[in-house]
Design a protein around this ligand. Structure first.
Ligand code: C2O
Ligand code: CU
Ligand code: CU
Length: 574
């Protein structure tokens, strides 16, 4: 990589800035209620003195507002794409219908608004949103698009945990970025030497002398962090990815790989006037994880890895100054949180195995076991195929086997899971609870148990993938559908179109999966008679809305033409 030399020059520059800049941590603004308007847009940010970097953000130049949502609320998100390119918006960790998930199939074209709506079924906890375009996730996230989703439940106020946003409850998205010599954000570069929290470089934060909650999110493209504090104090983990733990887990370090979250409590009651840092103790991180001293075994290593001074060394992330207490401070760590029962292995309907391995590319290049290209079960992501078909309400054990030299953070959409085994033993206490990302170490395996409840759609897939964003973009991703085997609707399979909802009461939205134009030829009843319907075609010509309100109940056939093929789609009005 000839880029790395240029970036090395910039590393020196950063060290000059180090001595100058101490920036107050930006706390993202909040949006609450049941309707959320999000505008994805371009911007410019001066990250370092005298520099100007083009960015992407939501309702601003970088990152996005924190969405505060109550469990069981019916919410609508109006996501407008004001970028000059296609994008998508995914609600990471949320349990919702596949059409609302914002994966690679729910494309938002420029100047269009996508309005998913769903009931918030997730438990109280810390979730996030970010783009998920096919092959474009790293670019769009690195350019700046990501935000928090905080779910609340009424019982939380009786737990004795901090809940006042920006006062004793702080969202912290930790990200490293690489820059080129022109301070443009460099994508898929392993020279990610600039560390940001909430988009702030070299941040500091005043915190009150009481119990404080930090909602840690690793929003980096690639790097894992081994979090701990410079003053050596212990902290208490109260949530995993999907919600509260049963009891706070006291610890001194926590490992978070890309996509993972953990809310932790720190007790600063006796520290007024003191300062300390949130660090990554990467010198203690096991080799094989991106961020540790070493990844891979020669000749399968990452080129220039040791030139990145963050790898394998301890570094500060956020500087804290402890100041006077706020009103009504929480002053002790609660003894217990939320009782939880994990899925039982006695209920398992299916076991599936997912092997992570290198893929031989068409160029015939030997794949590198540390750099890839990687696939799952010898396949790379294909928009038109479904890798796994799962019956609704199936309880399953998934075994993840990593045959490569680098650790992969495996993420699955739709559900939360319980890790039941890591390399043949029980997982660390930091991983017991509800999870949607799990780090699979090189030449190691992980088993988790989960259940695919509530949402079935034979046509629209969810994703599972590695959350190292360039691995994902390079194809380390697969698709699954959850189907309802008891449903009377047996839809004709079509890989080119997604239909939602089906069956419907009022309308169908037909979208072309690959964004190509298509036309509606005709709609017929089950007995072959032509049916007149009102339909609306969007400007982008790749989706049609059909008004079903005046139709009688029953089945209909829709004939659509795209490029040179004609497809018949079966619809049901209820
Ligand atoms: Cu956070 Cu499929 O992604
Ligand atoms: Cu996700
Ligand atoms: Cu990976």
């Amino acid at each position: 990589m000839n880029l790395s030399k240029q970036i090395f020059v910039l590393v020196v520059l950063f060290q000059v800035f180090d001595s100058i800049a101490q920036n107050q941590l930006v706390i993202p603004p909040t949006l609450s209620g049941t309707t959320f308007n999000l505008s994805i847009q371009t911007g410019n940010v001066s990250f370092f003195n005298g520099t100007n970097t083009p960015t992407y953000g939501v309702n601003g130049a970088i990152l996005g507002p924190t969405l505060i949502v109550n469990k069981n609320d019916d919410i609508t998100l109006n996501v407008t794409n004001n970028l000059p390119v296609n994008t998508t918006m995914h609600w990471h960790g949320l349990h919702l219908p596949a059409m609302m998930d914002g994966g690679p199939h729910q494309i938002i074209t420029p100047n269009n608004t996508w309005s998913p709506s769903f009931k918030m079924l997730n438990n109280a906890g810390t979730f996030w949103y970010h783009p998920h375009g096919l092959g474009k996730t790293d670019l769009h996230v690195s350019k700046g698009i990501a935000g928090f989703i905080i779910v609340h439940e009424p019982f939380e106020t009786s737990l004795g945990v901090p809940l006042t946003y920006g006062v004793d409850d702080f969202p912290l998205v930790v990200q490293t970025k690489a820059f080129d010599v022109l301070t443009q954000i460099a994508i898929s570069s392993e020279m990610d030497t600039a560390i940001f929290v909430n988009g702030t470089y070299k941040p500091n934060l005043n915190v009150p002398a009481q119990v404080v909650r930090l909602r840690l999110l690793n929003g980096s493209s690639m790097r894992s962090y081994y979090f701990g504090f410079s003053n050596g104090m212990d902290f208490y983990q109260i949530t995993t990815d999907g919600g509260y733990k049963d009891i706070p887990a006291q610890m001194n370090r926590i490992l978070l790989s890309p996509g993972e979250r953990a809310d932790i409590l720190i007790n600063l009651s006796s520290l007024n006037g003191q300062s300390f840092d949130l660090n990554s103790f990467a010198s203690e991180m096991p080799n094989g994880i991106f961020g540790a001293a070493m990844v891979g075994v020669a000749p399968d290593t990452i080129m220039g890895y040791s030139e990145n001074h963050l790898n394998g060394s301890d570094f500060p992330i956020l500087h804290f100054n402890v100041v006077n207490q706020s009103s009504n401070p929480i002053s002790s760590i609660p003894a217990s949180l939320v009782p939880f029962t994990q899925y039982s292995t006695q209920d398992v309907n299916e076991n599936r195995v997912f092997e992570f391995d290198t893929i031989t590319t068409s160029a015939g290049m030997m794949p590198n076991l540390a750099e890839g290209q990687f696939g799952i079960n010898r396949q790379v992501m294909d928009m038109d195929s479904i890798n796994v078909r799962i019956p609704l309400n199936s309880t399953e054990i998934w075994t993840l086997i990593n045959k490569t030299h680098i650790a992969h953070p495996f993420h699955i959409h739709d559900i939360q899971f319980n890790v039941i085994e890591k390399n043949g033993t029980i997982p660390d206490v930091s991983e017991t609870g509800w999870k949607d990302v799990v780090l699979v170490m090189p030449h190691d395996s992980v088993k988790f148990i989960t259940k695919f409840t509530d949402f079935a759609d034979d046509m629209t897939p969810y994703m599972y993938h590695c959350h190292i964003l360039h691995h994902e973009d390079d194809g380390m991703m697969g698709t699954f559908i959850v189907y309802d085997s008891t449903s009377s609707v047996n839809q004709l399979k079509s890989n080119q179109f997604s239909i939602y909802p089906n069956p419907t009461l009022d309308e169908w939205l037909i979208q072309s999966v690959d964004e190509s134009d298509f036309e509606l030829i005709e709609m017929t009843s089950i007995s072959g008679q032509k049916v007149n319907v009102n339909f609306e075609k969007t400007i982008s010509h790749n989706e049609i809305r059909i008004d079903a309100r005046k139709l009688e109940r029953g089945y209909y056939f829709l004939k659509v033409k795209s490029s040179n093929s004609v497809k018949i789609i079966k619809l049901q009005k209820v």
